[in-house]
Write a new protein. Structure first.
Length: 57
C-alpha cells in the first residue's frame, strides 16, 4: 500500500509535477519496496548510527 499515491496522482493532474517527476517518484517507490522485500532497507540502521553519533556530541 502506498499512502500518498492519490496525492501524487492529483499533483500530476493539477500540473504541480510533470510526467517525468511522477515516473521518478514511482521508480523510487519500486526501489524502496525492493529494498524492504530483500531486507536491504537501511534507514533504521542509519537512524541508530546517527543517534549514537549525536548522543556522543
Amino acid at each position: 500500500m502506498i499512502l500518498d499515491a492519490d496525492e501524487l496522482e492529483a499533483a500530476l493532474r493539477a500540473g504541480e509535477i510533470n510526467r517525468a517527476q511522477y515516473d521518478e517518484a514511482w521508480q523510487e517507490v519500486d526501489r524502496l519496496r525492493e529494498q524492504i522485500r530483500t531486507s536491504d532497507f537501511v534507514t533504521g540502521t542509519l537512524a541508530y548510527a546517527h543517534h549514537a553519533l549525536l548522543s556522543d556530541a
